[in-house]
Design a protein around this ligand. Structure first.
Ligand SMILES: [Zn+2]
Length: 192
């Protein structure tokens, strides 16, 4: 039979673990929710800016209640470093919608590649990032743009899948090395 002390100690350990679990979940949840580059409208000049929330600070303040948001960086800094960070209201209202990765992912969804016509499904940004065709027909990768330009780019460019981006870029850079063969019939071998 456990002694009363052992019982109390056991209950205290369980309660402690429970509190740690709840706090840990809130902490990790806030960190994951607020990390990443976001595109918002700067309330001061009404132009798009790319910002990053201090996810570490949001996470550490999350267990006490609502996570406290503050900016870690903004494309208008350092000139506007002392701004009131009013754009945080947009992030608080819709943290996922202004996340750059989500904006781009949503844009590709339901569209088809301007070259091969295949539809986009899940995008693998780390190793098979799709690209774009500029209005002048040039193929460009996303790293050619700044995050705050993204909405303008989406309005003027067409989507290109990773396969075509790599193949077409190579074809344009080394036309002497490329021989065109007719495409095989049948369903495409893989989707982006
Ligand atoms: Zn394609």
């Amino acid at each position: 039979m456990p002694t009363p002390f052992e019982l109390v100690f056991g209950v205290a350990v369980l309660v402690g673990l429970g509190v740690l679990f709840v706090f840990g979940r809130r902490l990790a949840g806030a960190f994951l929710r607020y990390r990443g580059t976001r595109v918002v409208v700067c309330p001061e000049n009404r132009e798009m800016v790319a910002v990053r929330v201090d996810a570490g600070h949001a996470a550490l303040s999350a267990p006490q209640g609502r996570p406290e948001l503050r900016l870690e960086s903004c494309t208008r800094w350092p000139e506007k470093r002392g701004c009131g960070q009013e754009c945080l209201g947009q992030i608080e209202a819709a943290p996922q919608a202004c996340l750059l990765r989500n904006i781009l992912g949503d844009w590709y969804q339901g569209k088809s590649c301007a070259f091969c016509g295949r539809s986009f499904h899940a995008i693998h940004w780390h190793d098979h990032a799709p690209g774009l065709v500029a209005p002048d027909g040039k193929i460009v990768a996303w790293d050619a743009f700044r995050a705050e330009q993204v909405l303008d780019v989406l309005a003027t460019h067409k989507p290109v899948c990773w396969d075509c981006r790599v193949a077409e870029s190579f074809r344009r850079e080394h036309p002497e090395l490329v021989t065109d063969r007719p495409r095989p019939l049948g369903p495409p071998p893989s989707m982006v």
